[in-house]
Design a binder for this molecule. Structure first.
Ligand code: ZN
Length: 301
């Protein structure tokens, strides 16, 4: 699934091509994409409007049209966005046509492809609706300056869930998925099974840095193409060639040489150097204490 760096790559490539242009036509071939609206209803709300801005929030592309009309687009598992492809690819779910631009810019075609058909486009009318939509679904952007070690500490306080599970929950932190969670935890030398609420202050700081470094490296490499992710011109990202641990089971840790292992955490294939990222030692002792009836730390989420 495209994560923050992949969606941001698409946004950066697409924004200069679409901003200021009028959406002449949108054809939605899959009624699941526009739910709860019918394809015709969504098209009627968008057609003829000028694209003012193409933004991003977490893993969403946010199309902002004139008159405070917005479209929150999610690519989910296998969604892709292709600008003026030479031939029509398979699995096209949505076709957008942009009107001629100034200075001789010809009419343009944009295709949204999706093999598994989990991608969506949701209409939001007005800034309040836009804000409420994301407030219910997406936490703070990790590349926002407000994403401090203190913010992270408050976010994780009292949580018993493994740190990796908390990182993957979009309501806590926006845009981090399986790739960047593994890469950030390795950078921070934190085991993915460590209970989120038991990180120390230095660990909050190193996790924050690990997240920022992994995400920025992903953005700089224009995303990771390990599955369906492609640039709007069909080319691949390069971050998969820079993974430190993700999908590198059996290879030596780039830091210490210990073999990287794969395990399942929060239902996802997870890659760890168990020398650099020590397993939580206290988990067994805590279970023993709990059985004896000793007080355990209260926990939320
Ligand atoms: Zn190591």
């Amino acid at each position: 699934m495209p994560e923050l760096p992949e969606v941001e790559t698409i946004r950066r490539q697409l924004a200069p091509l679409v901003e200021g242009r009028r959406l002449e036509r949108i054809e939605i071939f899959d009624e699941r994409w526009s739910r709860p609206l019918a394809p015709g209803e969504l098209a009627a709300a968008l057609e003829g409007r000028r694209v003012e801005r193409l933004g991003r929030r977490g893993k969403y592309l946010v199309w902002s049209f004139e008159d405070d009309v917005h479209l929150a687009q999610h690519l989910r598992m296998t969604g892709g966005v292709l600008w003026e492809p030479e031939s029509e690819p398979t699995h096209v779910r949505v076709r957008l046509q942009l009107a001629r631009g100034g200075r001789g810019v010809a009419r343009s075609r944009l295709l949204i492809t999706d093999v598994r058909r989990f991608g969506t486009g949701e209409l939001l009318l007005g800034a309040d609706a836009l804000e409420a939509f994301f407030a219910a679904r997406v936490g703070l952007e990790p590349l926002d300056e407000r994403f401090t070690a203190q913010h992270l500490r408050a976010l994780l306080r009292g949580r018993r869930a493994p740190i990796k599970a908390v990182l993957l929950d979009q309501r806590h932190i926006a845009g981090v998925g399986n790739i960047y969670a593994d890469e950030a935890l390795f950078r921070a030398r934190l085991h993915p099974l460590r209970p989120a609420g038991r990180l120390t202050r230095p660990q909050h700081a190193s996790l924050r840095l690990g997240l920022i470094e992994a995400l920025c490296a992903g953005v700089d490499a224009k995303g990771a193409s390990i599955d369906d992710f492609r640039h709007v011109d069909g080319l691949r990202g390069a971050f998969q060639d820079q993974f430190l641990v993700h999908r590198r089971a059996g290879e030596p840790c780039p830091r210490c040489g210990t073999e990287i292992v794969r395990m399942v955490v929060a239902g996802r294939g997870t890659y760890v150097c168990e020398h650099c990222q020590r397993r939580p030692r206290r988990s067994r002792a805590r279970r023993r204490r709990a059985r004896r009836g000793a007080p355990t730390r209260a926990s939320g989420g």
